[in-house]
Design a protein. Structure first.
Length: 343
């Protein structure tokens, strides 16, 4: 499996390098379209902008839809302040405490991209006597563009305006011990796993028992990514997203997590049981957990009215929605679980 793991990590780095907060995802989906074509598939863009691909074998009457999302957290300019700095509103669950001091890019609609930094207002400790006492919120943070801007008019002259996207630097690192550190492993790490599985099916000429589709969604972080584009005949929807790691949960970054319940309710009992049995029979390192603050594309498919069984798996990821961490072992266990469950 080494060549597939290497491919997954390569694709992860490529995806992470493409800015794609919810609503600004054309570049990343264009990349996915080309990569699926390179693998030998015929992907389609959905009306909403996601990428849907048929892995081209198996029983259409009992199809399985694998979903991962390539939209990420981010921000949007909500006001150009009188000093030319930018007030922002978060996209998805971006947390102000995790945004402070991050490098970012301001993507204007018509005038290119500018660099900047997210800082506390009046961020110099030697000047601001209230620095330690100030709560970090999107009212107390601002984007400082790396341009000679002193007022609102100067920012507007560069083409910066309300509604422009602000994209944060992922800072991707793979350590010598196999740990993967980056923003937005949720969910570009699992999107890369799906690409790896698609490559495996094509390279090894695998004939699948059930039809398998992959859907790379682009609105998961704002709650409606999986609400459409479930192909006819699909009876199971499995989100391949990040597995939660934290106090009260048993999963580590080196395992594949199988979710029994999240904040929207329990996953399909029979499907969860089948996933657990597969992981156990294969001798994989896995954990079954309940996620206290979580929702997935598979949840949303049910909310949208699709009559399907639903499940959720993914490599363990620590520090979700911040500077996240996983491990190559968790990636491999997730890939092998897909391989064992689907063929």
């Amino acid at each position: 499996m080494d060549k597939y793991l290497e491919y997954i990590l390569e694709q992860m780095k490529m995806l992470l390098a493409i800015d794609s907060p919810s609503g600004y995802t054309q570049e990343v989906t264009d990349y996915l379209m080309e990569e699926y074509k390179r693998l030998g598939y015929l992907p389609e863009k959905t009306v909403k902008g996601g990428v849907l691909v048929d892995l081209e074998s198996g029983d259409r009457a009992n199809g399985v839809l694998l979903e991962a999302h390539v939209d990420t957290l981010g921000a949007m300019v909500s006001e150009i302040k009188s000093n030319g700095r930018l007030k922002i509103t978060p996209i998805g669950g971006m947390n102000a405490n995790n945004a402070e001091a991050e490098n970012c890019r301001i993507i204007t609609r018509f005038d290119g991209i500018y660099e900047g930094t997210c800082q506390l207002v009046n961020a110099s400790v030697h000047v601001n006597g209230e620095y330690d006492k100030t709560g970090r919120t999107f009212d107390t943070l601002e984007i400082v563009p790396d341009e000679p801007i002193a007022d609102r008019e100067a920012a507007a002259a560069l083409g910066i305006s309300t509604g422009d996207y602000v994209c944060f630097d992922p800072r991707t690192v793979i350590t010598r011990s196999g740990y993967i550190k980056s923003r937005f492993l949720d969910d570009k790490l699992s999107a890369a796993v799906l690409l790896g599985y698609a490559k495996y099916v094509k390279d090894e000429k695998i004939t699948l028992a059930n039809r398998v589709y992959q859907h790379m969604t682009v609105f998961e972080e704002v709650g409606h990514g999986g609400a459409a584009s479930v192909p006819d005949g699909v009876t199971e929807v499995i989100s391949v997203d990040m597995g939660c790691v934290g106090e009260g949960l048993s999963c580590t970054e080196r395992q594949v997590s199988i979710c029994a319940k999240d904040s929207r309710g329990p996953y399909n009992y029979d499907l969860v049981t089948s996933l657990v049995k597969t992981a156990r029979d294969m001798g994989l390192s896995y954990a079954v957990d309940v996620y206290p603050h979580y929702g997935s594309d598979a949840d949303v498919a049910l909310t949208a009215g699709y009559d399907v069984r639903h499940g959720l798996i993914g490599p363990g990821v620590y520090a979700s929605h911040g500077y996240e961490r996983s491990h190559v072992d968790g990636v491999l266990n997730t890939f092998l679980l897909l391989k064992g469950y689907l063929g």
